[in-house]
Ligand binder design. Structure first.
Ligand SMILES: *Cc1c(COP(=O)(O)O)cnc(C)c1O
Length: 392
């Protein structure tokens, strides 16, 4: 398996067949497992083997298949699957930090990630320092000899700023800190995060891994030692484990993720190119466009620019709402990475609660629309957005 290419791993890695030799992965909808004898139960509680399970909160064959497959795809030693992306972020950080520890993070974060850092970790005595993720000098100034964890979204939401994984990892490793990245926008298909220095990679599987809007899920990837000795004890005792049925959906998602994400990224770049320079727009933001402020970094660390672009309308919120309401194919929602193309107005929805000055600082303007590109025909998507823009 080690010399299989990613697309092959995404289809076959981690498969465990039952005595029936089924083709498609079996769903083990069971909370627990029966032991042949009291002695076997005792032995399993002392040390469970590879194919030995105790309780679904600790592990389950379908969930383990998903963990092994996503680990193989990402090039990580191991993975722990979680009930949502946020359970993964919380689990990775809470399992590793304690009172008195210092964490440095980029400021441009998903709202719930910000909540964990600002409201939860600080309540337990973790000191948190925020920096502008694209400014290496700020990282250099903030990372201290006692910094335990460095955290950032490799591509930020919704303004798609790209953090230089290698440069920040080099700074963090100098002081022995662990680099944890939320890698949703890079996707498991285009990610090179581990290779560039990240120690722990987190995905919300709700996004591209399912990719079809059906379920919540998440995953923490890292060394076997970290996953099994640090993450697993925390997750299995605090209850954020993934359900077997969802794990099965996510396994099916992984079988097609490469094709889906590449097709979506092809459409995203085509849309970005078609809209760049449009009279109604201040900016088109897409990581691989030459006009992107971190285009070189983005090209170095992501094989393609991803499935999301953002556009900023000159005429502000009223115009943005007009565009959203005029779209016929794009749906107004707040997921991303889905087969269905989705538009979001961050300033009034996902980022509504941010104070005005923070919105301004992060570039979340009244005219900003986040566009998650799905699997529809590229020309139809370009026509739909161009038509909606012509309404203002
Ligand atoms: C969606 C998302 C999350 C949270 O994932 P859930 O599955 O919704 O819990 C975390 N980080 C980023 C960057 C996301 O886009």
């Amino acid at each position: 398996m080690s010399d299989w290419k990613p697309r092959t791993r995404a289809v076959h890695a981690g498969t465990r067949r039952s005595q029936y030799n089924e083709v498609s992965e079996a769903i083990f909808l069971t909370q627990g497992f029966v032991y042949d004898s009291a002695e076997q139960a005792e032995a399993r509680f002392i040390q469970a083997g590879e194919d030995e399970f105790i309780y679904a909160r600790y592990g389950n064959p379908t969930v383990r298949m998903f963990e092994d497959r996503i680990a193989a795809l990402e090039g990580a030693e191991d993975a722990f699957a979680t009930a949502s992306g946020m359970a993964a972020v919380n689990g990775a950080l809470m399992s590793m930090l304690q009172a008195g520890d210092h964490l440095v993070s980029s400021r441009a974060l998903f709202g719930s990630c910000l909540y964990i850092l600002e409201e939860v970790l600080t309540r337990f005595g973790v000191e948190v320092t925020f920096v502008d993720g694209t400014d290496l000098d700020q990282w250099r100034a903030a990372i201290r000899p006692d910094t335990k964890v460095v955290f950032f979204e490799t591509v930020s939401n919704p303004t798609l700023e790209v953090v230089d994984i290698k440069a920040v990892s080099d700074l963090a490793h100098e002081v022995g800190a662990t680099i944890v990245v939320d890698n949703v926008f890079a996707t498991p298909v285009f990610s090179r995060a581990l290779e560039l220095g990240a120690d722990v990679v987190i995905y919300s599987a709700t996004k591209h891994i399912d990719g079809q809007g059906r379920a919540l899920g998440g995953v923490i990837l890292g060394t076997r030692e970290f996953i099994r000795k640090t993450v697993e004890p925390y997750m299995k005792h605090t209850g954020g484990s993934l359900s077997p049925f969802t794990a099965w959906m996510l396994l099916k998602g992984l079988e097609t993720i490469d094709l889906r994400v590449r097709a979506q990224a092809d459409s995203a770049v085509a849309l970005a190119r078609a809209l760049e320079g449009h009279a109604a727009l201040d900016r088109v933001i897409y990581p691989h466009l030459a006009s992107h402020p971190q285009a070189d970094t983005a090209r170095g660390q992501m094989e393609a620019g991803g499935t999301v672009l953002s556009i900023d309308l000159k005429a502000g919120q009223e115009a943005a709402f007009k565009v959203l309401n005029a779209l016929e194919i794009f749906v107004i929602s707040n997921n991303l990475g889905d087969a269905k193309s989705i538009v979001t107005h961050p300033a009034t929805t996902t980022h509504q609660r941010l104070p005005e000055d923070q919105k301004q600082h992060l570039g979340i303007t009244p005219g900003l629309i986040r566009v998650s590109v799905g699997l529809e025909d590229t020309d139809d998507l370009i026509a739909d957005l161009t038509h909606a823009l012509s309404m203002i």
